[in-house]
Design a protein around this ligand. Structure first.
Ligand code: NAD
Length: 308
């Protein structure tokens, strides 16, 4: 089990760079080839990682012999077409969230994955978190209500300031797709399908920029969920989930890095390595990564929140 698993990376912006840095520390996953529609992004990447090969196009990268998996870190619009190319070449595809805003293309992709047994997963990092494992370990029927609060002093956040304009625009970007989607994924994995009861979204008047406020009420499974999100305030990037059960509660803050249990004390399970899960996906072993159907269900909830 020590042989390398060769990765091709498409999309070399903020997230592509972060993933390349993480992959550098993994024993088996080995990025070998990269491509980005922007030649400057390719050039910058080769300066940092001179051993990588620059492909001539997405198609050329995907056709390279010896590749095991494709990682897609472009903005959402090309995710489905690039996934299909990856499947054509028999690659395991690991795609960034949000899956897509094109639901018809996503359904076609999912039908193909199911019919052909293609290997595909989406990068919701909370899938490997101790916080999610803790929520799954507690009795599902105990949950009564969940509160989810997110706020950002500025959108995009400073660490994503170098991302393309798409992230600040309402067609593909905004904090709901970018951040709320992680927590909707957790809610749906623990509780089941979601139904949006009400949602009030605030947009800037320019007709183009992404949302600056979202207040919503959902039922997920049979649990009421209140969401309060906004751009504003002093704190750069803040998130908090409060899960209430009868007589106890669990509060998870800052991407589940801080977990507080009140009225109960259940041992928090250990962290799972997200990259090891990716290796398992490639090798056809069981893993905890969300598939495309699970990610589409998340995105359907997000788009319903934004439409309301
Ligand atoms: N999992 C996470 O925690 C997490 C965090 C941040 C971003 N993301 C996601 O990662 C993806 C990329 O985000 P980012 O912040 O890196 O954006 P970015 O704008 O910084 O980078 C995107 C890159 O993709 C390139 N690109 C655009 N269209 C392309 C195409 N058709 N083919 C090849 N390259 C193309 C751009 O030139 C750019 O270099 C988005 O889906 C985003 O939501 C995920």
């Amino acid at each position: 089990m020590n042989e390398f698993l060769n990765i091709g990376v498409i999309g070399l912006g903020v997230m592509g760079q972060r993933m390349l840095a993480r992959l550098a520390g993994h024993a088996r996953l080995r990025p070998v080839s990269v491509w980005d529609a922007d030649p400057a992004a390719v050039a910058r990447t080769l300066l940092s990682y001179p051993h990588l090969r620059a492909a001539a196009s997405a198609e050329a990268l995907i056709a390279e012999p010896g590749l095991h998996s494709l990682y897609i870190a472009t903005p959402p619009a090309p995710h489905m077409a690039l996934s299909q190319l990856g499947f054509d070449a028999g690659l395991a595809v690991f795609c960034e969230k949000p899956l897509t805003v094109d639901f018809a293309a996503a359904r076609a992709c999912i039908a193909r994955i199911e019919a052909q047994g293609q290997r595909a997963a989406v990068n919701f990092a909370l899938a490997s978190s101790p916080g999610l494992a803790l929520l799954l370990a507690l009795a599902r029927e105990d949950w009564r209500a969940v509160e989810l609060d997110v706020s950002f002093a500025n959108w995009p956040r400073p660490w994503q300031a170098a991302a393309g304009a798409w992230l600040a625009e309402r067609l593909e970007g905004g904090f709901s797709r970018e951040v709320l989607s992680h927590f909707i994924f957790v809610l749906q994995r623990v509780l089941g399908p979601a139904q949006v009861l009400s949602s009030a979204v605030g947009y800037p008047e320019d007709g183009r920029s992404a949302e600056t406020a979202l207040r919503a009420e959902l039922v997920v499974g049979d649990v009421t969920v209140q969401i309060n999100g906004k751009v504003g305030g002093e704190i750069a990037d803040q998130n908090r989930m409060l899960w209430r059960a009868g007589g106890s509660e669990v509060e998870l803050r800052q991407w589940f890095s801080e977990i507080e249990q009140r009225g109960r004390e259940t041992q928090t399970p250990p962290q799972i390595d997200q990259l090891d899960q990716w290796a398992a996906l490639i090798e056809g072993r069981p893993h905890s990564l969300p598939g495309y159907a699970e990610a589409l269900a998340v995105q359907e909830t997000i788009e319903a929140l934004l439409r309301s």
